[in-house]
Design a binder for this molecule. Structure first.
Ligand SMILES: Cc1ncc(COP(=O)(O)O)c(C=O)c1O
Length: 370
């Protein structure tokens, strides 16, 4: 089947590119002796996660218990949720512990005590990592606060919990303004985490794991010592934001949206059949402003004269900045979206493209938001 025979909009995954991205990140982690635990949030697909495991990943991350349930049912036996989980979900966590090795992060002593009580009552223990805020200011203990080591010790000492170590996510790197700023953020994360681990060890705590992970700083972080695990997610597909942050080239972007021109109301305006329900309203981040909702590829090449100016739910309004475009109704384009992870979440199935071969790629964990 040819991709142009697909109903549009269609989400396409270029298999050779995805495999190359996976291979490169694995090689970078292997070269440093760091365990790679990819975040599945980008592809939400057991098939792609299997490629990652086959190439050396030691396990996976999920964002939600619902995603972990899908991956556990597909046979994944080491799943980490690098987020705080509330004990309101205790039944699901206990059920998952019977099917897979599950760990998650905690950043609150009261919640830690509640989890410990739940686990003691269930006659189980759960592996956990204490989450540290390295500058994203979403969740995590403040590494500079005077009582942080004491709080970690308190959590680690709880009977229902099996303390594994410390975990961080440098989400602030998505807001870096330059390569230098991004590099400094990456270095600061590694330093903060290894210093904190050293202070914990000096107080007698066994810190077996130091888990970091995000795609933008990976190219810097993976040159440093001082952590044991890396958890990148977006790198499997990349997107326009990663290109704008210097983490990838356009040729690395494995996910594109195939869209068709459905109208041409003016010489300089075309309408595509992919709107916010496919591309999402996410803007691109990066070192310089990147307007619009993705990069349009014509015959595989970016057409910088076409700006995806506005999205309705089902349609994109595209302006030709030169005043005219040769595209006509019926023509197809491919779009590199600003943010690939959210696109994967919007379709039950993508298409795996490899040369002339086009196969369905089910996105089994999509929409599992609880
Ligand atoms: C806690 C955590 N770890 C790892 C990742 C992976 O980051 P990225 O997609 O930038 O590789 C994310 C992404 O949101 C995250 O929230």
């Amino acid at each position: 089947m040819n991709v142009y025979g697909l109903a549009t909009p269609a989400v396409l995954i270029d298999r050779p590119r995805a495999l190359r991205n996976i291979d490169r990140m694995q090689a970078a982690a292997d070269a440093r002796g760091v365990r790679l635990r990819p975040h599945t949030k980008t592809h939400k697909s057991p098939m792609v996660a299997r490629w990652q495991i086959e190439r050396g990943a030691i396990g996976i991350c999920c964002a939600k218990l619902g995603e972990a349930e899908v991956f556990a049912a597909s046979g994944f036996d080491d799943i980490r949720l690098p987020y705080p989980i509330n004990p309101a979900n205790a039944d699901r966590v206990i059920a998952l512990l019977d099917r897979t090795r599950l760990s998650f992060s905690i950043d609150h002593p009261v919640v830690a005590k509640q989890w410990s009580d739940v686990m003691v009552r269930a006659g189980k223990r759960v592996e956990l990592l204490v989450k540290i805020d390295v500058g994203f200011h979403r969740c995590g203990l403040d590494p500079d606060a005077r009582d942080t080591v004491a709080t970690i010790r308190e959590i680690a000492g709880l009977p229902g919990l099996d303390f594994r170590g410390l975990l961080s996510h440098a989400g602030q790197t998505y807001h870096a303004h330059s390569e230098d700023e991004l590099r400094l953020m990456a270095e600061a994360e590694v330093r903060t985490m290894s210093d904190l681990a050293a202070w914990c060890r000096a107080k007698g705590l066994a810190v077996d794991e130091i888990s970091l992970g995000a795609t933008p700083p990976a190219r810097f972080s993976l040159h440093h010592e001082g952590f044991t695990e890396y958890r990148p997610g977006n790198y499997a597909y990349f997107d326009r934001t990663q290109v704008a942050l210097g983490a990838a080239t356009l040729d690395d972007c494995a996910l594109t949206v195939l869209a068709r021109v459905v109208s041409k109301p003016a010489a300089n305006r075309i309408i595509l059949d992919s709107g916010s329900k496919t591309l999402t309203n996410d803007g691109a981040r990066g070192f310089t402003p990147a307007p619009g909702y993705g990069i349009i590829l014509r015959d595989g090449h970016p057409d910088q004269t076409l700006l995806i100016e506005r999205l309705s739910e089902e349609h994109a309004t595209v302006t030709a900045t030169t005043g005219t475009t040769p595209l006509e109704p019926g023509d197809c384009v491919r779009i590199i979206p600003n943010h690939s992870c959210v696109v994967s979440n919007l379709v039950d199935q993508a298409w795996l493209v490899d040369g002339d071969s086009v196969e369905p790629l089910p996105i089994a964990a999509r929409g599992r938001i609880t």
